[in-house]
Design a protein around this ligand. Structure first.
Ligand code: KG4
Ligand code: ZN
Length: 502
């Protein structure tokens, strides 16, 4: 796909797309009058089949107004509109334009999705602006163009320096990363000690501790990386999913930095971050692949046909795997978090001592359920306690862990075979579990499928995985405006403002 200037002979193609896209299309005359005007920039996108989209701006001094942008219906959702938008922005910036503005109908959700993921903010509304329908016009304005264009260029060269912030749960983490791979610094301040006495993460405490720690953690990361704020090309932050009060601390701090330094702000999906963690030390890892994401808050299997695209294949119907580890540890009086201590004890126990259920292992689909297993463990423990018998804690831990692993391995293998992928990524905090890693690696190896697992420090929450995703976003100019907000229920495969996008 190539973006170039609009020429007279493109007008027929452009008009055809215009008429198919809008109820009140521009006329041929209007387009003809645009050509050759000094204060206009018009570009078309062209692929093997011809012209597939176009965009035009009117320069009005230090701002330019985006007048029209459209992509042929069958070519949408491939980033063509985004390339056109940044194409006209680049040409406008070369002529001294600092920001783009535009009017858009509130009903045009595709366009709104595009603009909000290119860093535009709504700055006003004109009542009854569109004459035929009396619909209001929303006025949107971009952030300063030059820093975004500079970051996009740096990312294309693999030289972008990103400061990434992660505060979705109980880790305050900041990383500085170059080119999406080279970790210049990674600082993780865990709050786990403050939550341990409550047996789980207390949201209110989490937000307060993030607010207390964030400045020092960011300063430490910059100092360790040996870069000044002026060397950074972009600020990345986890936008969701997670605890809303925890997310907003990171987002507010990221917005402050982005505003103060005039830097692009990138919003990252935490779950996508976990998957990208596997890429950091495994450069040969390439889609298509299947990702098994197991953490304290999430358990899902996803097909990844290419980086940035996700099809969720199955998920837990109740508890997340990490959550089940934490609950069983609590029951056994082992403290919080449960994963590390259960896995340590399991290594000394007999995994076949107690036949805990393997729920849904042969259900045919890729969903899992962990609440039945949790109940079985509770019943076993209560039965032993009622009988006044000793608890064989190591055997319980080993048998519980084996039941979890059997199901996770069976589902991941099924997903990998159904989608004929040659690689599986194991990600999320529970990927730190060595027994799970080993069992999954062995099962996949029998089918010539390789397993990629991040190193231990990158399995649990960190900001390097957020920076890795941000690099890919910067390459294509996927940035946020300063009115963007936390998305506590953000789904894998969804992104800010993307109800749909052109
Ligand atoms: O990804 P993460 O750091 O935070 C979330 O996004 O949830 O995952 C934390 C979860 C906790 O539930 C913890 O018990 C679990 O990961 N975990 C483990 C192990 N290490 C951490 N679970 C099983 N085995 C481990 N070795
Ligand atoms: Zn996580």
């Amino acid at each position: 796909m190539k973006v170039r200037s609009l020429a007279q002979e493109d007008l027929d193609d452009v008009l055809a797309i215009e008429r198919a896209s809008f109820a009140d299309p521009w006329s041929e005359d209007l387009f003809a009058q645009e050509l050759g005007r000094e204060d206009r920039i018009w570009l078309v996108a062209e692929d093997g089949t011809g012209v597939v989209g176009y965009a035009g701006v009117m320069i009005t001094g230090s701002e330019a107004d985006l007048m029209d942008i459209a992509v042929a219906r069958e070519r949408r959702r491939r980033g063509i509109a985004r390339s056109l938008l940044w194409g006209v922005a680049r040409k406008a910036a070369e002529r001294g334009v600092q920001r783009l503005t535009l009017e858009v109908r509130p009903s045009n959700v595709e366009a709104l999705g595009l603009y909000s993921s290119c860093g535009f903010d709504q700055v006003g509304r004109r009542a009854g602006y569109y004459p035929e329908t009396r619909e209001d016009a929303l006025i949107w304005r971009s952030r300063p163009l030059a820093p975004v264009l500079a970051a996009m260029d740096a990312a294309a060269r693999g030289e972008d320096v990103v400061l990434a912030i992660e505060t979705s749960c109980d880790e305050t983490a900041v990383s500085v990363m170059r080119g999406g791979r080279e970790e210049l610094a990674s600082v993780v301040a865990s709050q786990v000690d403050f939550h341990a006495r409550f047996g789980g993460v207390v949201p209110e405490i989490a937000s307060r501790k993030h607010a207390e720690a964030i400045v020092a953690v960011a300063d430490e990361a910059l100092a360790k990386a040996g870069v000044g704020a002026g060397d950074v090309h972009g600020i990345a932050v986890t936008q969701g999913p997670g605890l809303v009060g925890a997310l907003v601390v990171g987002i507010a701090y990221a917005k402050g930095l982005a505003l103060a330094q005039d830097l692009p702000l990138v919003g990252v999906n935490h779950l996508e971050g976990h998957i990208y963690a596997a890429r950091l030390l495994d450069p040969d890892l390439d889609p298509p692949l299947v990702a098994l994401l197991v953490s304290g808050g999430h358990t899902m299997l996803a097909h990844v046909p290419e980086w940035g695209r996700y099809e969720v294949l199955g998920r837990t119907l109740d508890d997340a795997v990490g959550e089940a580890f934490d609950k069983v540890a609590k029951l056994l009086g082992l403290g919080y978090p449960g994963g590390p201590v259960i896995s340590r004890l399991a290594a000394e126990g007999d995994p076949s001592a107690i036949p805990f259920p393997r729920a849904m292992i042969r259900s045919g689909n890729l969903d899992v359920s962990l609440s039945g297993l949790k109940t079985a463990v509770i019943q076993h423990v209560e039965g032993r306690r009622a009988a006044g018998a000793e608890l064989a804690v190591a055997d319980i831990a080993a048998s519980f862990q084996a039941a979890v692993i059997d199901v996770q391995v069976a589902k991941a293998l099924q997903a990998a075979r159904e989608h004929r992928v040659s690689a599986v990524v194991l990600a999320g905090g529970v990927a730190a579990n060595t027994a799970l890693r080993d069992a999954l690696r062995d099962a996949l190896a029998e089918h010539d499928i390789r397993l990629s697992v991040p190193p231990f420090g990158l399995c649990t929450d960190n900001a390097s995985m957020i920076a890795a995703v941000a690099h890919d976003h910067l390459k294509v100019g996927r940035v946020l405006g300063l009115t963007a907000d936390a998305m506590p229920n953000m789904r894998l495969g969804s992104r800010a403002g993307e109800a749909g996008h052109i």
